[in-house]
Design a protein around this ligand. Structure first.
Ligand SMILES: [Zn+2]
Length: 299
């Protein structure tokens, strides 16, 4: 395997995640992953662009959004996520908001419940677009149709950027659809989280081969300095534990952890470590997700 330079900071990299199977969807493709020695970005190189659609043959957005009642802890974690979102965006709820990579429209439905009135979405998957329309959002049929629905006050990408072949290029394009002062709010797995470091290849956040770039706080900073993003100012980057329990359980689902005693131990360990790490996350960026806000500069 060659040592690919980091696409954001150009520093050398080391091979990682060799032979990690696709634990999530069982796709029989293994990419070469590298970790940047400087910023810690974990990235696939080379990226077989033509094969990417086949990685999504049985993807999770194919379900239809239902107003299902979430379990108590899941509701609490969605509440944290929505509060984090609202702390980063303008408070005018009558301005257009775009959820790019909206999946089945779950997040758009939550924004509607919170009083946002002009909701737009886009997803590459036609079945997901159909589901997202049912929540009452304007869902573009193609990316080319998006500018006509803007300019947007907010564009949000929930677990989307890690799937992009060229994140700075795509963020620049999305940023051009923001009004001046509008915000791009991104959530993505943190390659420097406690679980990513302690669980190795089992960590849910790697999701090989669909995740092509797994970021760290430093790699977000390195990306923000690229000329492609000169119209965007990075306002905030922090980490969140709002998805900790889900990531913990989905990372530990093989062998011992599947059996009754293992499940009990897993649930106990999840709750105790969640409480502890939520406290630590207030002081250090150890959380499972990175939350990033960019702002479009005034022209
Ligand atoms: Zn780097």
């Amino acid at each position: 395997m060659h040592s690919a330079p980091c696409p954001f900071c150009r520093a050398p990299s080391d091979p990682v995640l060799r032979q990690r199977p696709d634990y999530e969807y069982g796709i029989q493709v293994q990419l070469d992953y590298h970790r940047c020695r400087a910023c810690g970005l974990v990235f696939a190189d080379p990226i077989p662009v033509a094969d990417i659609p086949s990685f999504y043959a049985s993807y999770s957005t194919h379900g239809q959004h239902t107003q299902r009642k979430l379990p108590l802890l899941a509701r609490a974690s969605r509440g944290v996520m929505l509060r984090e979102f609202e702390s980063l965006v303008p408070s005018h709820k009558d301005e257009p908001v775009l959820d790019f990579g909206c999946g089945d429209g779950s997040f758009l439905a939550e924004l509607r419940e919170r009083g946002y009135t002009r909701l737009a979405g886009y997803d590459f998957d036609p079945q997901a677009r159909k589901a997202a329309r049912l929540v009452g959002a304007q869902v573009a049929e193609s990316e080319e149709d998006l500018p006509a629905l803007g300019p947007f006050a907010v564009i949000t990408l929930n677990h989307v950027i890690e799937h992009m072949v060229d994140p700075p290029r795509d963020l620049a394009r999305l940023g051009s659809m923001l009004r001046p002062g509008g915000r791009l709010v991104i959530r993505t797995p943190n390659a420097r989280s406690v679980l990513s470091r302690s669980l190795g290849p089992a960590w849910r956040g790697w999701e090989t081969p669909r995740h092509l770039h797994v970021f760290t706080p430093a790699s977000v900073q390195a990306m923000a300095r690229l000329p492609a993003l000169s119209d965007l100012a990075m306002k905030r980057v922090f980490t969140s534990e709002s998805m900790y329990l889900g990531i913990f359980h989905e990372s530990l689902r093989n062998g011992f952890w599947r059996h009754p005693a293992g499940k009990l131990a897993r649930h106990a360990a999840a709750l105790v470590s969640w409480a502890g790490l939520t406290a630590v996350n207030a002081f250090a960026p150890v959380g499972e997700e990175l939350v990033v806000a960019f702002e479009r500069r005034a022209a």
